[in-house]
Design a protein around this ligand. Structure first.
Ligand SMILES: Nc1ncnc2c1ncn2[C@@H]1O[C@H](COP(=O)(O)OP(=O)(O)O)[C@@H](O)[C@H]1O
Ligand SMILES: [Mg+2]
Length: 501
């Protein structure tokens, strides 16, 4: 038998069959991909292995032994580690506190110093310099993820489950992660790599098991797969149209005008330095840059979540520099935020309520302060159907949806408002190909109907495909703004690194 065998696993959440008779066999030392669209059941299957859920049916064998995994503690004790899609770190604690948190068998007061020393050695071995005393809140997303991996290794995990590990990483960070994965397998570690990014699976994995609607479609050797299209078809069950159609339309009126905008944060760091650009109706301006170069702060200023320190900007000719989020939205602006859990939705509210969040003041749905729930529910159910939100019902809590489906809810709500200005930050982060192409086409549709679109993305592919003009941001400054047709990947890559050709 293989190192890990999951046999005839089924898992039901009420009426939803998340996994149906799934067989998964993983060899020691391989990188095994779990591929499937949003809602295919990948996270559920791995959460069962990690002891977060118990299966409704089926057995798990580890090293030829039938195992019952009660909870994550149990799983960790059996040498299994999991890095979740949403990290489980506590931002206010230090790196080392997070590492030792919940460790079993600590009879004495925890000796943090010794732990910190051991941890630093481990980190160094995997090429990561990280201060064990730094607060987790000070780490970049990429560093937090590596910390999660190191935390699992510190607990002696030899099987590591990575749930969509590259969804939040920049190209450089992805390379770093792959480097780490290669080092780990060389030492005999086994990796289960969940993703829907075909290029990555082709690059880093040995074998691939494809899930569709909770069932296994098949397991294939990566070396026997011809191209990405073959993998995509396997995943969605039919050929995928990978193209985005854009209409040739004249440029409309000036919608957004940003002049010399600067922003200094609470720690007195000057994040944005004299940013100037404009944006017209019927145009997509792509903001391209490595994560953390001021994109988030720029968008926060433009949407009223922060106030610029100097400079100003107008929306449809009206100065909005000091405006609050609500005032910005009232100008016909839609915002698909970077952090959907913080600004995009309320996890404790159901989907229906989340979809209502921005429109509740509309008289159609709100008569003298009373909601017309029947009308609202009907409309929102249709919206979920159109945007293909996979959920047992519209009354499910938003927090229970998979990351991709949460994103679809936010996108559906924001697009539905038919904005004049659409601010979209990583609109398809964490989405599968089908959903990504769908969202991209909706964005282009908004542009074709005359909306101005500000698109922030770290995916060069996407920037090149959708934008009319491209603004490259580096260390809070505009490096250049160029028409899409004149831009090359090479040139953008240099600008993103702060080099003017
Ligand atoms: N805790 C839960 N309660 C109810 N339904 C759930 C829960 N977790 C997952 N599901 C449902 O199970 C299905 C599979 O979800 P998931 O395993 O997260 O998919 P994937 O990771 O492939 O995107 C989805 O339809 C999802 O809505
Ligand atoms: Mg998942």
């Amino acid at each position: 038998m293989a190192f890990l065998e999951m046999k005839h696993i089924s898992k039901y959440f009420g009426d939803v069959a998340a996994n149906v008779d799934v067989n998964l066999s993983v060899e020691k030392g391989e990188v095994h991909a779990l591929l499937g669209e949003n809602g295919a059941g990948k996270s559920t299957l791995m959460n069962i292995l990690y002891g977060m859920y118990s299966q409704s049916e089926g057995d798990i064998y580890l090293n030829d032994e039938l195992v019952r995994i009660k909870d994550p503690r149990d799983s960790i004790a059996k040498g299994i580690g999991m890095v979740h899609q949403h990290f489980m770190l506590i931002p206010a604690l230090s790196v080392i506190e997070n590492v030792v948190l919940g460790l079993q068998g600590q009879k004495f007061v925890l000796d943090l110093k010794t732990a910190a020393k051991e941890f630093s050695e481990l980190a160094k071995k995997y090429g990561m310099e990280i201060d064990p005393w730094a607060k987790v809140s000070q780490l970049s997303v990429g560093q937090q993820q590596r910390l999660e991996i190191l935390k699992a290794l510190y607990r002696k995990a030899d099987l590591l489950i990575l749930d969509e590990p590259t969804a939040v990483l920049t190209p450089q960070e992805v390379e770093g992660l792959f480097e780490m994965i290669r080092g780990l397998t060389k030492e005999g570690h086994t990796i289960i790599f969940i993703s829907h990014k075909l290029v990555e699976i082709m690059e880093i994995c040995d074998r691939c098991t494809v899930l569709r609607q909770g069932r296994v479609v098949g397991t294939k050797k990566i070396s026997e797969i011809h191209d990405r299209k073959e993998l995509a078809a396997l995943m969605v069950g039919h050929q995928v149209d990978m193209t985005v159609q854009k209409k040739d339309i004249p440029r409309g009126e000036k919608i957004l005008d940003v002049k010399d905008l600067s922003f200094t944060n609470k720690k007195k760091v000057r994040i944005l330095k004299n940013i100037s650009f404009d944006l017209y109706g019927g145009e997509i301006l792509g903001i391209c840059g490595v994560d953390g170069n001021g994109q988030s702060e720029l968008i926060h200023c433009l949407t009223g979540l922060e106030t610029a320190t100097s400079g100003h900007f107008t929306i449809k000719g009206k100065d909005m520099t000091q405006a609050r989020p609500r005032d910005v939205l009232a100008m016909g602006v839609s915002h698909i935020p970077e952090d959907r859990l913080k600004y995009g939705m309320v996890r404790e509210m159901n989907i229906n309520e989340n979809l209502l969040l921005m429109t509740y003041r509309k008289p159609e749905y709100n008569k003298h302060g009373l909601f017309d729930w029947k009308k609202i529910t009907e409309k929102n159910e249709k919206l979920c159907e159109v945007y293909n939100v996979k959920t047992p019902s519209i009354h499910e809590l938003a927090g229970n949806l998979s990351g991709g489906n949460q994103q679809k809810v936010v996108v559906a709500r924001e697009m539905e408002r038919e904005p004049d200005l659409l601010i979209a930050v990583h609109p398809d982060r964490g989405l599968d190909i089908g959903a990504t192409k769908y969202i991209q086409n909706r964005i282009v549709e908004a542009r074709d109907r005359g909306a101005a679109v500000l698109l922030v993305s770290t995916e060069l592919e996407e920037i090149m495909e959708l934008s009319d003009r491209i603004l490259v941001i580096y260390e809070g400054q505009v490096m250049d703004i160029l028409p899409q047709k004149d831009a090359t990947r090479h040139q953008l890559g240099l600008l993103m690194a702060g080099v003017r050709p």
